[in-house]
Design a protein around this ligand. Structure first.
Ligand SMILES: [Zn+2]
Length: 401
């Protein structure tokens, strides 16, 4: 049996006045997902456990069938895995942003989406200055870099409260520094990074070019290595992950899934939807499980761009779901699960923790003849997973009815 999971990030939404009370999913033309809902199962899953933040990494851990309240240790360890940085049991990995500060204010969480090439030089300089047996900085992609505190050098670092830089834009940095046990060391690193970065020639050139300088490090998102068992151990399947997002690729690596990079996968509106679907089909020739993730509807949600959100949903339906369905419709022994990881409502421009609608179709899945795939139809279904991570087992092991 081939198992295919297709995730459209942030696809779920709320009814909108501009759409006469319909949601973007209802308004979008989605014949393929509607076909699945009409001929398969429709339901809802709560991918964000109570008291956890509605973040994509947490939601996608649920979808992959692992309880985030048990296995989620922060984004740092996922990013470390994506960069191929091995963590020992006592290491703590931090996301280390290159940010722009102006006076006391944080003005850009991404330092003008600085190039990876520039970031490598800056992080190298930081390593020369502050790196040690216990502290190691790693360049990542653009502003998204990594700090690993080795060998339990600082106790209880994982309990320090750190703010995400994109949440404190325009705010006073000194009111948003880390706090808790051993936070002092982190604060010192962040403050000491400023004079070194400010005078680096890369930043002097950026200033000349009127680009935002990467003039401070911002540490957050820390955690220890996750103890998630491999997907093969947990579910008995080998498989692949296809995504443009570092966190999801890192998750795939931790789970021992093959992470497939697609040249045209951008994580934005212009991503190569069809390229991803075709790559999934290639992966399924050798393995039995594939997890395909598309970021675009979430980006449209964050930008409050209804037109792009509907377009992203329609492209996902046509080019991803449609391509996969077309390849399998005539075959037996396959199952497809389609869902959003969390809602990113246009009206709020941020994630929410509401349950998401899902639909599954394929071998031994007997339909309930829902009208289509959307939030309102899913609400009518009795199928609800209070613990979102239990959906995976249901999807894989569901017996014919
Ligand atoms: Zn997401």
């Amino acid at each position: 049996m081939k198992y295919i999971v297709l995730v459209a990030d942030g696809m779920a939404d709320y009814p909108l006045q501009e759409l006469e009370g319909r949601t973007p999913l209802e308004a979008a033309r989605t014949p393929n997902m509607d076909f699945m809902a009409r001929n398969g199962l429709l339901g809802r899953a709560k991918t964000i456990p109570d008291k956890m933040t509605p973040a994509s990494d947490i939601a996608n851990i649920s979808i992959l069938g692992y309880d985030p309240s048990k296995f989620y240790t922060g984004r740092g360890p996922l990013e470390a895995a994506n960069l191929g940085v091995f963590l020992d049991d006592n290491d703590v990995a931090f996301r280390c942003n290159l940010v722009t500060v102006s006076g006391d204010k944080l003005t850009d969480y991404s330092a003008g989406h600085i190039s990876s090439k520039e970031a490598v030089s800056l992080i190298e300089r930081i390593n020369q200055k502050f790196g040690s047996q216990d502290l190691r900085f790693y360049p990542g992609v653009s502003y998204r870099n990594l700090l690993v505190v080795k060998n339990g050098a600082l106790q209880q670092l994982e309990t320090v409260k750190c703010k995400a830089p994109h949440d404190i834009l325009g705010q006073d940095i000194f009111k948003n520094l880390p706090h808790g046990n051993n936070a002092g060391v982190l604060i010192q690193l962040m403050k000491d990074s400023r004079p070194i970065l400010e005078t680096h020639e890369i930043n002097l050139v950026r200033l000349d070019l009127k680009e935002n300088p990467a003039n401070m490090l911002w540490l957050w998102g820390q955690g220890k290595k996750s103890s998630m068992p491999a997907f093969l151990t947990q579910y008995g399947l080998s498989g692949s992950v296809i995504s443009a997002v570092d966190l999801i690729k890192g998750m795939g690596k931790i789970l021992g899934l093959e992470v497939v990079n697609i040249p045209g996968a951008t994580g934005y509106y212009d991503t190569d939807y069809e390229g991803k679907a075709k790559a999934a089909l290639r992966c399924l020739q050798k393995n039995d499980f594939v997890f395909l993730h598309v970021e675009a509807p979430d980006e449209a949600g964050h930008n409050g761009d209804l037109r792009e959100k509907i377009l992203a949903i329609e492209r996902f339906d046509q080019l991803v779901v449609g391509t996969i369905l077309e390849a399998f419709k005539q075959k037996s022994n396959f199952r497809i699960l389609v869902l959003a990881d969390h809602p990113t409502p246009i009206a709020l421009r941020t994630h929410t923790a509401d349950p998401v609608p899902f639909t599954m179709f394929g071998t031994d899945i007997v339909g309930e003849a829902a009208a289509g795939y959307n939030e309102k139809e899913a609400l009518k279904s009795e199928l609800f997973f209070e613990k979102g991570h239990e959906l995976m087992e249901y999807f894989l092991k569901l017996k014919g009815r």
